[in-house]
Design a protein around this ligand. Structure first.
Ligand code: SF4
Length: 216
């Protein structure tokens, strides 16, 4: 007689399936950037990023193994404890993971789902709003261009304007275009961004308003 050995899936297998995810932090705050600026939102910051932006302000997110791995049920239960029903999934680079199960569960519970991504990995998930912020340090995966609702390019120096235009040519025609000064270069670059947007009105300015308000 054969006995069927039932082997429980490992954490790595559950993470690969998107049923468990490393969470660096999750918190309820006000979205400070882009189209949803000013909206109360629950941020889920997933651990892990292989993009390597030199000016990254969340470098502690890069190493996924540093962060607790939570089930998607637990992640959603914690989101439900807040009155707002807008969730922003960020990182790190959240598309390193299969986001289908988490976003399906969030939507079943009535959340609007937004993502902020560099697009460096294949697209997954069921999102109501995709904020695509490409980075020079790792080329975006082609799957992001038709999914992006908003192209948000961080302007660190002058060459980033050409980089922004390069990506604007690839997104779909209804994608909203935004330029955002990198925080440490804001004083130098904001006047240039203002002039740029005034002469090319298909672009808008995005500011990190949460930093002015001193909230996370
Ligand atoms: S993609 Fe985001 S988290 Fe990753 S290095 Fe760049 S700024 Fe940091």
């Amino acid at each position: 007689m054969h006995t069927l050995d039932l082997v429980a899936p490992t954490t790595a297998e559950l993470v690969a399936a998107g049923l468990q995810l490393p969470v660096m932090e999750a918190f309820y705050t006000i979205q400070g950037e882009g189209r949803f600026t000013g909206h109360p939102a629950y941020f889920i910051r997933l651990g892990g990023c292989d993009v390597g932006c030199v000016w990254c302000d969340v470098k502690e997110s890069w190493e996924a193994a540093k962060w607790p791995v939570l089930s998607i049920e637990k992640i959603v239960e914690e989101a439900l404890a807040n009155p707002g029903r807008l969730v922003v999934i960020t990182g790190g680079e959240p598309l390193m993971y299969n986001l289908d199960p988490l976003t399906q569960l969030l939507k079943e519970k009535g959340f609007t789902t937004n993502i902020e991504t560099s697009g460096a990995h294949p697209y997954s998930g069921d999102f109501d709003w995709v904020c695509f912020s490409p980075k020079k340090f790792k080329k975006p995966h082609p799957s992001i261009y038709q999914k992006a609702d908003e192209l948000k390019v961080v302007i660190y120096n002058k060459s980033d304007f050409a980089f922004a235009e390069e990506h604007a040519r690839l997104v779909n025609p209804v994608c909203e275009l935004r330029l955002q000064p990198e925080w440490s270069k804001a004083q130098k670059m904001t006047p240039e961004i203002i002039d740029y947007v005034k002469s090319r009105p298909n672009w808008k300015i995005s500011l990190q308003t949460h930093k002015f308000m001193d909230i996370p």
